[in-house]
Design a protein around this ligand. Structure first.
Ligand SMILES: Cc1cc2nc3c(=O)[nH]c(=O)nc-3n(C[C@H](O)[C@H](O)[C@H](O)COP(=O)(O)OP(=O)(O)OC[C@H]3O[C@@H](n4cnc5c(N)ncnc54)[C@H](O)[C@@H]3O)c2cc1C
Length: 369
């Protein structure tokens, strides 16, 4: 008897987890990767895999997300992290450092390496066969496609793509052509404020050049107007989305002496400002902005909204099956990771966690057929 075969588009977090789990379950898995390396955005990430403490908190933080999908993340993540440990992925922190959440931080190189090994066959520079009987879409969202970003997110300027360069909505297009429905939250994205051009931001510096101190700054748009949400959320996802909708998708962060001393995720605001300056970003004296300010500030840092991944995407069910608008599944078509939308709608949740959980679920669904 030949084993069931699943084709997987994308060798990032979701695709590799699906393949590794599929092989454990006795399936034949082939991973097709458009880029020239496995790992996708996972390899570029801080690699903190986390969840909210319980479903109520997840609902409160991400109220527009599908509760059935959120429940899967809450209930299955701990076992899935234990599975990653069992594959010998190197853990660098045993906790997230955030009291709202539980999880661990992996070393992204180690995680990519162990998953790629467990996934078996990874074909680089290839696309999955469109007519595969069992196909998992794990192409990582559509943030890399300017047209799709303008159509769904409608930014006020060009967002900086803070992600692997190959995630251009291929999964979304494929599934839409087969009658798939879109999830809630197509306008939303997760991202970070980054030093605005002319700053040079190579992909290996997406983490350390992030400007994480919007809550400690006066935030003005390029026309000198205040617009930040009040209050700004802990993850600043709402602020970054709001910056993305302003003219040029950019803003000024004005910081005073006191703010410069504040420490966020192991770095002071002053260090983050210096990193923006060293990367060639605009760091001005506040009087150089030419607007009247409500207080005394030390620096004005020009930032642009960076898009890390889309939050909206394909509608899936708790078995990772892609759904039509009438709620019926499209036979043989699955999605996980950022291709699947509607999980963290209205807020922010770990993209690695949902990629891991729904990647494993997709493999289990195919195995159960
Ligand atoms: C700087 C940075 C920091 C981050 N920090 C964190 C963090 O600490 N915690 C967290 O939870 N998340 C974090 N993330 C987000 C996290 O990396 C993503 O949510 C996660 O990688 C999504 O998994 P995925 O499999 O959907 O996409 P990816 O891991 O990006 O993989 C998608 C893969 O699909 C490939 N692909 C695209 N199109 C095709 C095609 N047509 N055919 C075949 N292959 C294709 C891409 O090349 C890529 O390899 C961060 C991301 C970045 C960039």
């Amino acid at each position: 008897m030949t084993s069931k075969k699943v084709h997987i588009a994308g060798a990032g977090m979701a695709g590799l987890c699906t393949a590794a789990r599929a092989r454990e379950l006795g399936l034949d898995a082939v991973v097709h990767e458009k880029g020239n390396r496995p790992g996708g955005s996972m390899l570029l990430s801080s690699c903190v895999v986390w969840r909210y403490r319980d479903l109520d908190e997840f609902r409160a933080e991400c109220s527009g997300g599908d509760p059935d999908l959120q429940r899967e993340v809450i209930e299955r993540l701990d076992d899935a992290i234990a599975w990653l440990r069992s594959l010998r992925a190197k853990v660098v922190w045993e906790e997230t450092g955030n009291p709202r959440t539980v999880g661990v931080r992996f070393d992204p190189h180690s995680l990519t390496e162990v998953l790629a090994r467990a996934a078996g066959e990874v074909r680089l520079g290839t696309a999955a066969p469109e007519d595969a009987e069992q196909l998992l879409l794990a192409t990582g969202g559509f943030q890399g496609d300017r047209e799709l970003v303008h159509e769904h997110i409608a930014p006020g300027g060009e967002l900086l793509v803070r992600a692997n360069r190959w995630s251009t909505g291929d999964g979304l297009r494929h599934a839409l052509a087969r009658g798939a429905a879109l999830s809630a939250g197509m306008r939303e994205f997760y991202g970070r404020a980054m030093p605005a051009p002319p700053a040079a931001i190579p992909e290996e510096r997406f983490v350390d050049l992030a400007q994480l101190y919007g809550r400690h700054a006066l935030v003005l748009d390029d026309e000198g107007r205040e617009f930040a949400p009040d209050p700004i959320s802990w993850s600043e996802t709402d602020l970054v989305q709001a910056i993305g909708r302003r003219p040029n998708a950019s803003a000024w962060y004005l910081v005073d002496e006191e703010a410069l001393e504040v420490e966020i995720r192991g770095r002071t605001v002053g260090e983050m400002v210096e990193s923006a300056r060293a990367a060639g970003g605009e760091v001005l004296l506040p009087n150089e902005l030419g607007v009247e300010l409500p207080g005394a500030y030390r620096y004005a840092v020009h930032v642009v909204a960076g898009i890390t991944h889309t939050i909206g995407g394909l509608r899936i069910d708790p078995q990772a099956r892609v759904l039509r608008a009438d709620g019926t599944p499209i036979e043989g078509l699955y999605a996980a990771g950022a291709d699947a939308g509607g999980i963290s709608t209205g807020g922010y949740a770990s993209g690695l966690a949902s990629a891991l959980v729904f990647g494993r679920i997709a493999a289990e669904t195919v195995a159960s057929l």
